[in-house]
Design a protein around this ligand. Structure first.
Ligand SMILES: NC(=O)c1ccc[n+]([C@@H]2O[C@H](COP(=O)([O-])OP(=O)(O)OC[C@H]3O[C@@H](n4cnc5c(N)ncnc54)[C@H](O)[C@@H]3O)[C@@H](O)[C@H]2O)c1
Length: 319
């Protein structure tokens, strides 16, 4: 298969590219490199099999001509759409950036897909589309009530994707990630390694076993496994679906710190802060639908996940 990966130089996208190459696919990475890493894509290029295509395009979803150029030069079987801005707090301060990159960017991508007759998209969505949970574990039928511009930008992007399905037959799998280990945990690792100063814990008086929020942490490896299964789903079925990706196992923020400190053998400097508005005490995913339909199975423990994230960070530091 020939696959187009937006945001393929970012944290989750680059893990996906690695796995797609390992599965023998041809991959074109499209990234503006605002957050993505040139070193990471160079490493990925060096891992390809002889004769296997990996192309790296520096382009922006906000420039439709960049997409036109990419789609004129290749014919793609599917698109993995990771490219987005993804910081909740930043989205509150600069909502315009989030609506531009995450909504307009997705619209431009779909418009180019329609024009070039590309019929499959796997979209990185988020548990932030649910907002404060009315019940937990949260399943895909839970009402959508995002509390941040980030969550709203992803909800709107999902709606546009569904409209393009109805109008133009572009089939999609929207994957709503819960807390991805590695992405946020890289900040923990940086704190422990002294690269950043302290790690803030927001709220220590929640009605949980140690007072900190309980969240559902999923390893990037298990997450990527679901993407590969989502591609198989789209190749086999002529329909679109939405799946939560989480573990249904809750971990408090303090427990995560303890695991991270154990893996790194270092103390993490913590600053305890008051609760943030809109942060619920418990947020757990029901991923039963992904298990039933995608036949997705969790493979990694939280400790494995942190070990992986740490190894990844060390590799990056050496690049
Ligand atoms: N990290 C998490 O915990 C988490 C949780 C839920 C959902 N997600 C979603 O997963 C996806 C990947 O997240 P990540 O943690 O790897 O983030 P990341 O910032 O590491 O990767 C995003 C990539 O997209 C690129 N990009 C952004 N805007 C672009 C544009 N307009 N044109 C081209 N490239 C652009 C960036 O340069 C970056 O390389 C995002 O869509 C994010 O919303 C992440």
């Amino acid at each position: 298969m020939k696959l187009f990966v937006t945001g393929g130089a970012g944290y989750i996208g680059s893990h996906c590219v690695l796995r797609l190459l390992q599965e023998g696919h041809e991959v074109v990475i499209f990234d503006n490199f605002n957050e993505g890493s040139h070193e990471t894509v160079q490493t990925l290029s060096s891992l390809k099999l002889p004769g296997q295509l990996i192309d790296i395009l520096e382009g922006d979803l906000l420039h439709p001509e960049d997409l036109q150029k990419a789609f004129s030069n290749h014919s793609f079987d599917a698109v993995f759409h990771f490219a987005a801005l993804a910081r909740v707090e930043e989205s509150v301060q600069h909502p315009e950036l989030y609506y531009r990159h995450n909504v307009v960017g997705t619209l431009n991508l779909l418009e180019a897909m329609r024009q070039f007759n590309i019929k499959r998209i796997i979209f990185s969505s988020t548990a932030a589309v649910y907002g404060e949970p009315q019940y937990t574990p949260v399943d895909e039928r839970h009402p959508l009530n995002p509390v941040s511009p980030y969550g709203r930008s992803k909800q709107i992007a999902e709606s546009i994707i569904q409209d393009f399905d109805r109008a133009y037959g572009i089939r999609s799998v929207c994957l709503r990630y819960f807390n991805v280990v590695g992405a946020s945990s890289l900040r923990l690792i940086h704190a422990a390694l002294g690269i950043s100063e302290t790690f803030s814990v927001f709220g220590t008086d929640y009605p949980t076993r140690d007072g900190t929020c309980v969240r559902d942490y999923i390893s990037v490896e298990d997450l990527i496994d679901a993407h590969v299964k989502a591609l198989d789903f789209l190749l086999q079925k002529d329909c679109s679906e939405i799946f939560n990706l989480g573990t249904e196992r809750g971990c408090t923020v303090r427990e995560v710190f303890a695991i991270c400190e154990y893996v790194l053998g270092k103390k993490i400097p913590i600053a305890e802060k008051s609760r943030r508005p809109g942060d619920p005490a418990y947020l757990l995913a029901s991923s039963q639908k992904a298990k039933d339909i995608l036949h997705w199975q969790l493979q990694q423990s939280l400790e494995d996940a942190f070990n992986w994230a740490y190894a990844w960070e060390q590799k990056k530091t050496k690049c």
